[in-house]
Design a protein around this ligand. Sequence first.
Ligand SMILES: Cc1ncc(COP(=O)(O)O)c(C=O)c1O
Length: 391
Amino acid sequence: MIPREKLASIRDLFPVTKRQLYLDSSHQTPLSGPVRDALVSFLTEGYETAGPKPVWVRRVEDTRASVARLFNTSPAEIAFTKNTSEGLNIAANAVPLEAGDNVVLIEGDHPNNAYAWLNLKRKGVEIRFAPLKDNEVATAKTFEPYIDGRTKVITLSHVSFHAGQVHDLADIGSLCKGRGIYLIIDAMQSVGVIPIDVKALHISVLAAGTHKGLLVPQGLGVLYVANGLDELRPAYLAMSSMLNPPADYIARPKDLAVRRDAQRFEFGNVNLPDLHALDAAIKLIESVGVNAIYGHVNELGDLLLRKLDQLGITVVGPRERGKRNHIYVLNLPVTEWADFFARNDVRVSPERGGIRVSLGMFNSVEDVERLISVIRAGQKEELSAITMQLD
Ligand SMILES: Cc1ncc(COP(=O)(O)O)c(C=O)c1O
């Protein structure tokens, strides 16, 4: 767990912790002081100097290096996008796929990933779905029955948004490497909260937004594209994608060579305010360490599960360490409980199977205890409502 004093100083950086019980980091991050300061100083520069664009663009490269550190890779393998969906659609349209090839996904995984690939059905690409129970994690075995000689891509979320499973990317990555299959990962729910070593996991492409574990407002995504996958070609082109961008800004029809690095997938101007914020956010994350954040939310998860057991409340996803991390979907009827939590100033999300509690670096043991006492009060309220109905 993050030491008490350190946690207190982190909580000071997230003023929301003083106002409500925030257990909704998987929906969106609350903003921290360093992120707000970075945004304010960007706005002030724009306001007072009409924008020192070359300085801003240089800082984008600092942020690229920060993102690369997070994934244990090089800045040349990082591009900036708008969100997860854009990154996944870029990947779906970049992989060389022909009619009759197939792509395997997990049934019920996030629709933003599913649609990116389903859109390829019009090209004759077959999209296969491997079934998976909410309390199971995906491993190589999940995919094996669905792959054959025409399988070109396996794609899934690292952490599922609706049950919190942490899928076994090491095992799936080994399968993909052995079979020459691209592994394409939606890391929206894991980035910043779980250490991700893209090389060790044999990930070909990884896409994520930055408004959850990476702590900045919506509108910015990161895209990792492994070096050497030159056959992955961008479906769109802009000057920023070109190997020889024309200095006179006149397009050369005969020179359509694209950059070899991941920036061939970057189109035009990027989200400069958010990129300033992201650098500050990653520095905040690094001041704690992704490993420490991972351990912290895991231990809070242990505590939450123990306390839920005492209340007789089960979770939808897996309980074993390593198979879950910071997302816990409580088996509580959504209609009654979503409203009850809102009335008690507890921020959680309604989910397919119940109420989603998601933990962040700023959450504490006291937060978990407060949640439990609110649930206990809710159970009593439920009981008295039933008694009233019987009376
Ligand atoms: C697994 C997963 N993928 C993608 C998204 C969102 O996609 P985007 O960043 O394109 O809005 C979410 C939730 O917001 C998610 O949980």
